[in-house]
Design a protein around this ligand. Structure first.
Ligand SMILES: [Zn+2]
Ligand SMILES: [Zn+2]
Length: 110
């Protein structure tokens, strides 16, 4: 992913993998950072596998507020096992797409 404020590549600082209990979709909540200009981003990566012929990845990025981003990143770091979709920690229980919104930075669907 590229920064929308400068030509640098972004780096993913944290990614929390989750699974919806009632939907065939896995969502990763991500915190991205531009190390060149300092821009912060939230992103969601949705992997929907409705059936074997319709496996799609939807990646949405949002420009984030600096202070909120830092705060939520610190909170997200509390998760002991970020790639475990069945992790029962506070972060896995509390993370929702509600906080992952704002001005679109990217939207890819492939
Ligand atoms: Zn940048
Ligand atoms: Zn967790």
């Amino acid at each position: 992913m590229k920064c929308i404020k400068c030509p640098s590549e972004l780096r993913c600082k944290l990614s929390i993998a989750t699974e919806e209990t009632d939907l065939p979709v896995e969502i990763s909540y991500q915190w991205w950072l531009c190390e060149n200009c300092g821009a912060k981003y939230y992103a969601t990566l949705e992997d929907s596998h409705v059936n074997m012929f319709d496996d799609r990845l939807l990646h949405k990025g949002f420009l984030a507020d600096e202070v909120k981003w830092q705060k939520t990143l610190k909170w997200g770091m509390n998760c002991p096992d970020r790639q475990d979709k069945n992790c029962k920690c506070e972060v896995h229980q509390g993370v929702t797409s509600g906080g992952f919104s704002g001005e679109f930075a990217w939207y890819t669907n492939d």
